[in-house]
Design a protein around this ligand. Structure first.
Ligand code: ZN
Length: 190
């Protein structure tokens, strides 16, 4: 069934308005504050105790694994660090609606539950680097050995590692979250 072009345009306009309202709870200013915080933290984002702004919101099982992942990667000569861990629903929606840097809406990313991390290489000057020249495969193998699902296995998202044994999909996680809160999601992780 073909929709009239006017209907299509109308739907697109309404959709854009809805997305703007959705994104309102987190805006450009919030993102600036967030990025400032990130800058001040410098490159050291996760210490042995896991005391770090984003890491503290990670599930303990994920935290334990990402500390190991980074330590083992360093031993293997891979210069990596934790780039991002927990991401709020609001920021996820902002990245989805405004920045368009993710395919997942708020609630549909494992990052939103503290069950995913992005581990990124550093170049010789200490800057984050997603360049292809790095041995992402070696990093991915270390992560998988630790029980992570690696984003590189779906052909992109080489920095992404998630651990959510016991929960099949983000749809299931979101359902649990809506019904019983974050604690229920965390409890379901084996
Ligand atoms: Zn990720």
């Amino acid at each position: 069934m073909n929709e009239h072009w006017l209907v299509k345009i109308w739907k697109r306009l309404v959709g854009a308005e809805l997305r703007k309202i959705e994104a309102k709870s987190y805006n450009k200013k919030d993102e600036r504050v967030f990025q400032d915080k990130v800058k001040k933290q410098g490159t050291k984002r996760l210490d042995e105790a896991g005391n770090e702004v984003y890491a503290t919101a990670l599930h303990p099982k994920v935290q334990k694994r990402v500390i190991k992942l980074i330590a083992e990667a360093h031993k293997a000569g891979l210069n990596v660090d934790l780039f991002e861990g927990y991401r709020s629903f609001e920021r996820q929606n902002y990245l989805y609606n405004v920045k368009k840097t993710t395919k997942a809406k708020g609630g549909r990313s494992w990052h939103n539950y503290g069950l995913a991390v992005d581990v990124v290489f550093k170049d010789s000057r200490g800057r984050w680097s997603w360049a292809n020249k790095h041995d992402w495969k070696a990093l991915g193998l270390i992560g998988k050995k630790l029980g992570f699902t690696w984003g590189g296995d779906w052909g992109w998202d080489m920095a992404h590692f998630e651990y959510h044994k016991g929960i099949k999909s983000t749809r299931d996680a979101l359902k649990m979250f809506n019904e019983d809160g974050k604690g229920a999601v965390w409890k379901a992780v084996k």
